[in-house]
Design a protein around this ligand. Sequence first.
Ligand code: SF4
Length: 386
Amino acid sequence: MKSEPFSLYIHIPYCISKCPYCDFNSHVVAQIPEDGYTDALLRELELYGGKDGWRGRTLQSIFFGGGTPSTFKPASIGKLLAWAAATFPIANDCEITMEANPGTVDAAYFPGYRDAGVNRISVGVQSFQPKLLKFLGRVHSAEEAKTALNIVKQSGFDNFSFDLIFANPGQSLADLDADLDSALEFQPPHLSAYNLTFEEGTPFHHEYRAGRMANLDEDTEIAMAELIDAKLGAAGLKRYEISNYARPWFHSLHNVNYWHSGDYLGLGAGAHSYRREADGVAGLRWNNEKSPAKYMAQVAATQQAEVEREIIDAHKAAAEFMFLGLRMTEGIRVETFRQRFGQTPREFYPQIDGWIDGELLIEQARFLRFTAKGLMLANSIFVHFM
Ligand code: SF4
């Protein structure tokens, strides 16, 4: 029986409006079926609590993602956390994160989330500038974003994070500089900075395909990435993953588990799960029905909502280990790779030597990691593993 700790992801798929760049499994409905959806999550949780491969294992992190989890009342979040604690042992230092959207931050809810056991909040700010918020189709204003962050802090959450989106068409370096200044006023222990991408199926992608929206030029994007790194670094927020920055001890444990190819159980509409087999090499990934209504119906009928599964053989597991682990600035531990896959990364992927010669990767102190130059080109290297 497996005994290592694992992470739990709970997907709350509802939003009050759909942002035009978003390709997450998020839905706008006239009335959010909070009770029915919570019941379905509880039933799914109960099922996995009794299943081989999960039963008796300790929870090291729980993450409520979305969609917009802050559309749910503290009572529902509390019910789910109480049920999780009744189903699995919970580590004393279990990180319990909830995503919140400034447009839905109800001051009265946040002490309730904290009392329910949530100990980390991640706020989808994206920008503090009205013109960029408008462009991104966000429902909240810059003032509401600031109010939300103040509410989070005043509710006693010392561990919080927020997202910024940069490289928006028309955004200047000065715009980004102003956003970073506003961000740092809140002294966040963790911050994520994502560059805007045009994901297939979104209205932004449609505009992009039609030639009405374009990426910023490469030089400006690089200058923006350098500005973020320099400014956040000077404020004590060290880059530890391609898009994530943290003060010491404030890394997102939940996401680090993904980047270390650790096991996670995903509950809710469209949620993905991953579990390594007992040999520690190959694994299994599966995902749930995406439509919230169908998800609830399927769970009501069978207690689970799995619609697809994929066997991750040793070759694919090695590739995932590489491209997930290399996202982290510390890189991958060469010995961990060798123990798991029987060869060192350089033996498994001879092309690594070329990237080392080209100063994109470096092997140092038993870790293989990107150089600063390599991080800028990470995506073009990741495709070689896939
Ligand atoms: S609030 Fe977040 S999840 Fe919802 S539509 Fe916007 S980006 Fe997507």
